[in-house]
Design a protein around this ligand. Structure first.
Ligand code: PAF
Length: 307
């Protein structure tokens, strides 16, 4: 049976991934609203992966409140989530589903400070999208999206799960449902812990990380991650993690990572939620993650130079 969203997709912000979701909604005639913090940041056009230009002409103005048949999508960085959750908390029905899409970890915890009982869903995507200008987005890398339900949802609602899954499948295809989204987020964390800081520090596109000179560092990070994941009950061979990282490096070879773009545009990066999170967790467990710690410090220095 197919389940359709009866309301709208309300997207918070107007970042690259949010713009891709908006374009997917428009193509599928799903009512949507892309709501930037400042009007000049609103994405107006998206160039699709096949090169078609799409005018985001169906964009509704931001909803005053959202009911149980709407979907609130927060494709924001982890450090932006707590504020956004605070702003929306009084405007949501207790059953309005909320979808988080971000790199790194800690987003769910931030949102829970203001929305402790909200039904939350999480997704991680490897689509490459960037905004060459404030009003324009480009879908430059065709990836895939993994989707699942937050592990701490109190009321499990299979119909809602189906509706959110089908909606996001249309907007960010192809989407796979994962019964343990936390594990999928950890696997993506490994990819981001390698690609994002290394491409930023060396000022290279993702594909350059296939070069011989980067392999010892990548191997070391994957060993650190395997040890940390093991302490969280997830058993992955370092080599398997390294293979996965390599797969993403090859699949997104031409792209510049999101952290590389953040640094280029002098924006705050996601380093705290990626290598910072890893260092923090490892400290609690007494696990050595010195390569992650070095990368963390170096990116923090780069950020401090312009912030
Ligand atoms: O953050 C990014 O840029 C992306 O998550 C990824 C997968 C590393 C590709 O660039």
């Amino acid at each position: 049976m197919s389940h359709h969203l009866k309301g709208r997709v309300q997207i918070v912000g107007s970042g690259a991934i949010g713009s891709l979701i908006a374009a997917g909604a428009q193509r599928n005639n799903i009512p949507y609203s892309l709501a930037p913090r400042r009007p000049e940041q609103l994405t107006q056009r998206l160039t699709s992966y096949s090169g078609q230009r799409l005018l985001l002409a169906d964009n509704l103005s931001q909803a005053e409140a959202l009911g149980p048949t709407d979907l609130l999508v927060m494709p924001l960085k982890v450090h932006q989530l707590e504020d956004a959750a605070r702003q929306w908390q009084d405007r949501l029905d207790q059953a309005t589903p909320v979808l988080l899409v971000h790199n790194g970890m800690g987003g769910l915890e931030s949102v829970r400070r203001h929305l402790p009982y909200q039904p939350v869903y999480q997704a991680t995507t490897s689509h490459g999208v960037y905004k060459p200008t404030l009003q324009e987005a480009r879908h430059s890398g065709f990836g895939r999206t993994i989707f699942g339900e937050a592990p701490d949802n109190v009321n499990l609602n299979d119909t809602q799960l189906q509706i959110v899954f089908e909606t996001i499948s249309r907007c960010l295809q192809p989407v796979t449902w994962h019964p343990d989204i936390t594990e999928a987020l950890w696997l993506k964390l490994v990819v981001n812990a390698v690609i994002n800081p290394l491409t930023s520090l060396h000022d290279v596109p993702n594909g350059a990380l296939a070069e011989h000179r980067f392999q010892p560092t990548i191997k070391h990070i994957c060993q650190e991650m395997a040890a940390l994941m093991q302490s969280e009950g997830m058993m992955f061979e370092p080599q398997l993690l390294a293979d996965q990282v390599r797969h993403v490096i090859d699949a997104t070879a031409q792209n510049y990572s999101s952290m590389h773009q953040d640094i280029k545009h002098r924006r705050r990066t996601e380093i705290d939620a990626i290598n910072g999170f890893i260092v923090e967790q490892a400290q609690k467990k007494g696990i050595d993650v010195s390569v992650n710690a070095i990368l963390y410090e170096k990116i923090k220095k780069m950020e401090a130079a312009y912030s």
